[in-house]
Write a protein that binds this ligand. Structure first.
Ligand code: AMP
Ligand code: MN
Ligand code: ZN
Length: 834
């Protein structure tokens, strides 16, 4: 075929196609006049529409991992292979010491069909090691997808067009899972999971150059840093945010992409040789480093790398669609605008809009931020516009403010999803729909039902399966009283733990705080991040997930280089350390004779007013009960007692009985128990709201709603939500005898403590211990006490490495921050306020 002939065919085909499209458009326009809306997806083709094999769809059903054996459970399919590598982390591949030609030739292989992919697999299966990087697209996709994979051997750079060969990518799975072939990545945390999500590719035998940097305590761990130090080349990481779906890929993006994998093998060589030469500073002996020591650092880097491979991709679960986003928007807004956001219509609209956004994003396979920004949701909820024109204006206005952050891959406002479904808004913003569930079903039917407005796809058909929705709801819906499956319960408890101790909030709040020299300080939630930004103490450097850079030198910063304790300790270790600490606290309580919790001893025939008696006695250790636990139990019994399973009811009764010294409890006792640990502020709030005095009104008609913080209990008496901050930790009114502390029998505790104390948690206990130590042993007593705690920490998690300056017996002092309540200067001012 000569090229002229080819051209002519191409021209004819194009003309025909154009004519067909024009005709179709005309017909559609005619239809439109009747039907008003037509979904933009009917005329817009997105690259992922060509995929025929989609592993992670946008339904609420859990992701299905590869199953190698019939009866294998939800475990990692290569768990045993990876664990074998973890137990025996030896370097079996030879990293060479060859120097590298730092100039990158023009030659590379673009892999965009199945036969080229097969050739690549052929090449890779003969290698002992190859380097990998991936590029993702996340704006126009709900879960995101891999748009490019860069693979480099010592001889060649391959760019795999994962859009073109998407459905054949499984061909690469065997080399990635082969434990005899080492895969070098830089910062593989996400790549490992993305490869599972899109292709069921599981990485076994990983060497992560970022992990090697950690083990070597390098000043930085970014790839840009490594490229510059080892290879003398500079990269522009802004390319990360480019649209990697573009084809043909612009030449500068090709160069950037190649660079991310091309030098990795050489960098790994350098790092491995440094690891081998590293002396073990922790070895106390004077002997020269043994062979064992030398291998120590290499195997630690390998162990940490392969630990990453055990991660599994999961879809985020929430109790109802969009709920966690709504909660975050509301809390953020509450923070910004105080009471104006505490408006139930505002909150209701935010929840509806978030639910709509979640469902629409899944249906159209778009990211949440593409469909509707958080800012737009806030503006819409505040103004509840009546016309479509107003809806559009408000959304554009809200997003113009965010425009300065826009990069090439940011959406245009309002999005095509909003524009082609504007007729949803009257129902969303004005109608009286009783609950979100009904609204969810309504939207779903309208758009994906039998006569729905939006096209079906591999991504959204799963949403229709009723069992899916019901099943996943059943799994995650706590408040409605379903029993959680074990797996979900485990996940939930882990998440709660992460929330409490690791980042303070789930992934949705995965905000980072950088120091002014670009070093990552910690993760935090949005509130904290915004607190800094609003006060001009930090600037926003990244939007999604958000990150700020502090404009001042932080005080509480880990001083010694390499001490990344606060950002590096893993959740599991943290959990271990935490439970060891809880055990140790009990020991301390016994040793010092200072109780952890309060217990009220009341004779059954002695009529007493809980908030007015002076006979509270503190007892030791575990015979007391935490006020939070007490209140939660009492609340659950009052609200749901008769409907509870008898066993659960009995359990909760025991909690309350414990507080009353074991005697039988009456309805009135329950009511009184509700007041324990409640701050005057909380009581005031309640009074104000209901216009009644708590002391002389039956609590039954006061606490029917969720008025009291910390009383969100489901019908099983489980806490649904722990109070986050503020009122639950409020200090007690000094006039309340419950705040008093009386000497225990051995007289080791000070007499009545008249200062304000929190009764929730172990606050009073901690304060008394410190007071006791200060009085009897002075500063040295405190220092020794701290050292005992460090010992407990070290013994509980037995870390393999401790940062250079770390020592259980160190006696360095830490200053309190300017605003810390423990700062002596502030203590004085607090006292004068009372
Ligand atoms: P990299 O590990 O640098 O190759 O990044 C892989 C992919 O992660 C990129 O293609 C982006 O999709 C995503 N990514 C990484 N960092 C960022 C960022 N700062 N902003 C947006 N996307 C990012
Ligand atoms: Mn990259
Ligand atoms: Zn649509």
């Amino acid at each position: 075929m000569d090229s002229k002939y080819k051209l002519r065919i191409a021209f004819t085909v194009t003309c025909l196609a154009v004519a067909t499209i024009l005709l179709a458009n005309k017909i559609r326009k005619k239809r439109k006049q009747k039907n008003i809306t037509s979904c933009y997806l009917k005329s817009e083709a997105k690259p992922q529409h060509s995929f025929k094999r989609v592993l992670a769809n946008n339904s609420y059903a859990p992701f299905k991992h590869l199953k190698l054996h019939e009866n294998s459970s939800d475990l990692h399919p290569y768990e045993s292979e990876i664990k074998a590598l973890l137990e025996n982390s030896q370097l079996e591949i030879e990293f060479s010491n060859e120097s590298m030609d730092m100039s990158m030739s023009d030659k590379y292989v673009w892999v965009d069909d199945e036969s080229k992919l097969k050739e690549l697999v052929e090449v890779l299966s003969k290698e002992t090691v190859f380097a990998v990087d991936t590029e993702q697209h996340s704006l126009r996709s709900f879960l995101g997808f891999t748009a490019l994979i860069q693979i480099s051997t010592r001889d060649e750079d391959y760019l795999v067009d994962t859009i073109a060969v998407h459905d054949s990518m499984g061909l690469l799975a065997p080399v990635f899972a082969n434990p005899n072939i080492c895969k070098v990545f830089h910062g593989a945390d996400n790549d490992v999971i993305w490869l599972q999500r899109d292709f069921h590719i599981y990485v076994v035998n990983l060497f992560d150059t970022a992990k090697a940097c950690d083990v070597l305590s390098k000043p930085q761990r970014s790839l840009a840093y490594l490229l510059e130090t080892y290879c003398g080349v500079t990269t522009n990481k802004l390319y990360q945010r480019e649209d990697w779906r573009q084809r043909p890929l612009p030449i500068d993006m090709v160069e950037y992409a190649r660079m991310d994998a091309h030098y990795l093998l050489y960098i790994a060589d350098c790092l491995v040789s440094e690891l081998k030469n590293q002396k073990n500073d922790n070895s106390a002996s004077e002997n020269s480093a043994t062979l064992d020591d030398k291998l120590h650092f290499v195997s630690e880097a390998i162990r940490r790398s392969n630990a990453l491979c055990l991660q599994l991709f999961t879809k985020d679960l929430e109790a109802s669609p969009g709920q966690s986003a709504a909660a975050s928007i509301i809390s953020r807004h509450l923070n910004d605008h105080g009471n104006s956001a505490n408006n139930s219509q505002f909150q209701d609209l935010v929840r509806r809009l978030c639910c709509w956004r979640d469902l629409m994003a899944r249906m159209h396979d778009e990211s949440l931020r593409y469909v509707l920004s958080d800012n737009a949701i806030i503006s819409l909820a505040e103004t509840a516009p009546l016309t479509s024109a107003d809806v559009c204006t408000i959304i554009s206005q809200a997003d113009i403010d965010m425009d300065f952050l826009n990069t090439n891959s940011s959406p245009r406002f309002p999005s095509s999803v909003v524009l082609s479904h504007l007729d949803d808004f009257p129902c969303l913003l004005q109608d009286e729909i009783n609950n979100l569930d009904d609204m969810f079903q309504l939207i779903l039917k309208k758009h994906l039902g039998p006569n729905g407005s939006c096209p079906f796809s591999l991504y959204n058909y799963g949403l229709l399966s009723k069992t899916n929705i019901k099943l996943s709801k059943k799994l995650v819906s706590k408040a409605s009283g379903y029993k959680l499956s074990k797996q979900v319960a485990r996940k939930a408890s882990r998440e709660l733990f992460v929330q409490k101790f690791s980042c303070k909030s789930p992934v949705y709040h995965n905000c980072r705080i950088y120091a002014n020299d670009g070093r990552l300080l910690c993760y935090c939630d949005r509130r904290k991040l915004e607190w800094y930004v609003q006060r001009d103490l930090a600037k926003l450097v990244d939007e999604d997930p958000p990150a700020i850079m502090l404009l001042f030198e932080p005080k509480g910063r880990p001083e010694d280089e390499g001490n990344d304790f606060y950002i590096q300790i893993c959740v599991d270790c943290h959990e271990k350390a935490h439970s060891a600490a809880e055990r140790y606290k009990k020991k301390v309580a016994l040793e010092f004779g200072i109780p952890l919790f309060v217990q009220k001893v009341v004779n059954s025939n002695e009529e007493q007013d809980v908030s007015g008696s002076s006979t509270s006695v503190m007892k030791l250790g575990d015979c007391g009960v935490s006020p939070l636990e007490l209140r939660t139990a009492a609340m659950a019994l009052m609200r749901h007692g008769p409907r509870m399973p008898p066993q659960r009811r009995e359990e909760l009764k025991q909690v309350v009985k414990k507080y009353y010294g074991g005697r039988d409890i009456s309805e009135e006792d329950l009511e009184k128990a509700l007041l324990v640990g409640m701050s005057p502020h909380e009581k005031r709030r309640l009074r104000k709201k209901r216009g009644i005095s708590l002391n002389n009104t039956s609590l039954n008609n006061i606490v029917s709603d969720k008025d009291i913080k910390g009383d969100d209990v489901d019908s099983y008496g489980n806490e649904v939500q722990e109070p986050e901050n503020g009122s639950s930790l409020d200090i007690l009114d000094p006039s309340e005898p419950n705040g008093q502390v009386h000497p225990s029998s051995d007289g080791s505790v000070f007499a009545t403590c008249s200062s304000k104390l929190s009764l929730l948690g172990h606050g009073p206990h901690g304060k008394q211990v410190v007071d006791y130590l200060l009085k009897n042993h002075g500063e040295i007593g405190i220092q020794e006490f701290c050292q005992r705690w460090r010992q407990v920490f070290v013994e509980s998690i037995n870390p393999r490495f401790l940062p250079a300056g770390w020592d259980v017996t160190h006696s360095g002092r830490r200053e309190f921050g300017d605003f810390s309540v423990y700062n002596p200067a502030n203590k004085a001012s607090v006292a004068t306020k009372d």
